[in-house]
Design a binder for this molecule. Structure first.
Ligand SMILES: *[C@@H]1O[C@H](CO)[C@@H](O)[C@H](O)[C@H]1NC(C)=O
Ligand SMILES: *[C@@H]1O[C@H](CO)[C@@H](O)[C@H](O)[C@H]1NC(C)=O
Ligand SMILES: *[C@@H]1O[C@H](CO)[C@@H](O)[C@H](O)[C@H]1NC(C)=O
Ligand SMILES: *[C@@H]1O[C@H](CO)[C@@H](O)[C@H](O)[C@H]1NC(C)=O
Length: 278
């Protein structure tokens, strides 16, 4: 039933050459906010100050739309790559227990290829949109990745309708965020720590999402991953806009490194692509 589980420890040894226990607790609890002191070896951009969050935030940590009791959790991570265009994968994607989407990826108008079910959406403030309801389900978990200290500050301002402070973002995040606050989560920094420790570059949201899925799910399939080939610099990067690789020039990501890591994960059977890829 769950063929990937067995391969999992192999992949860990191959990819990370250190032992990591599988982690199924995905979100942050307030008690965890001590971690700043323990993270001194990481570049400061990955740290944030938990004291920014008020004690009474009362953020749920469970994953309620989806019972832990399911024997075999089938997950699909839907990346934003142009590679998903014209795949007609939409109805296949809708059949997974958990559908993870990334950043500002739109859904209406693209259902044929990307489906229309969203169990969780992983994002950071700059990739949030003012009205998440347009592109998510009523019970979609909005999972923020805290990449930097300002991200939690933004979240707090949004949830408590506090005065907005626009400093510290590389692109203006929304000043109005029409979210149902009972659907908001913060990704446990554990996942960021682990990826950064193993590969010293800032992961893309997509790569982080795959890592989260490998921890949480028993079967991980991915679609919409991959960048345009070097020979086709005109091809857009994303399925929903026309930016080409030129727009990636100043990016902090190491997409070659990530592509290799995904390839190794595929080779050892830890994940499967739903469409042909380079
Ligand atoms: C931080 O380190 C202290 C002492 O080593 C430990 O007791 C505590 O659990 C750690 N906190 C976290 C969040 O890892
Ligand atoms: C997805 O689309 C189908 C067919 O149009 C519709 O019946 C269903 O309610 C939609 N699901 C969501 C979560 O929007
Ligand atoms: C917020 O989300 C919860 C859980 O999905 C739901 O029960 C509740 O009705 C929603 N509230 C509003 C105002 O949409
Ligand atoms: C991208 O380019 C196509 C073809 O030129 C055009 O039809 C489409 O509207 C553009 N999309 C966006 C989001 O700009």
């Amino acid at each position: 039933m769950c063929p990937v589980t067995k391969v999992f420890s192999f992949f860990l040894i191959l990819l990370f050459s250190s032992r990591i226990k599988r982690r199924t607790k995905l979100f942050l609890k307030l008690e965890d906010f001590l971690w700043r002191r323990n993270a001194s070896k990481l570049p400061s951009q990955y740290l944030f100050d938990g004291s920014l969050l008020p004690r009474n935030l009362n953020m749920p940590t469970s994953f309620f739309p989806f019972p832990h009791s399911l024997k075999c959790k089938m997950c699909v991570v839907v990346g934003n790559s142009f590679a998903i265009k014209k795949t007609s994968l939409g109805s296949a994607i809708n059949k997974y227990d958990v559908v993870i989407r990334l950043n500002n990826a739109p859904v209406p108008g693209y259902e044929e290829d990307v489906g229309n079910k969203t169990t969780m959406r992983i994002f950071y403030p700059e990739s949030a949109i003012s009205n998440p309801r347009l592109h998510n389900d009523e019970d979609t978990l909005m999972v923020m990745v805290p990449f930097k200290p300002h991200d939690l500050r933004w979240l707090k301002e949004m949830l408590y309708d506090e005065k907005r402070d626009r400093r510290g973002f590389w692109k203006p995040p929304p000043l109005i965020w029409l979210v149902n606050r009972s659907n908001v989560r913060v990704l446990d920094p554990h996942f960021m720590h682990q990826t950064v420790k193993q590969m010293p570059f800032q992961p893309t949201t997509g790569f982080l999402a795959v890592f989260v899925a490998l921890n949480y799910c028993d079967v991980v399939h991915i679609a919409g991953f991959g960048y345009p080939p070097k020979s086709d610099q005109q091809q857009p990067i994303h399925y929903f806009e026309n930016n080409t690789m030129k727009a990636m020039k100043s990016s902090p990501h190491d997409i070659n490194h990530e592509a290799q890591a995904l390839k190794r994960l595929e080779e050892v059977g830890a994940l499967m692509y739903l469409h042909p890829h380079l």
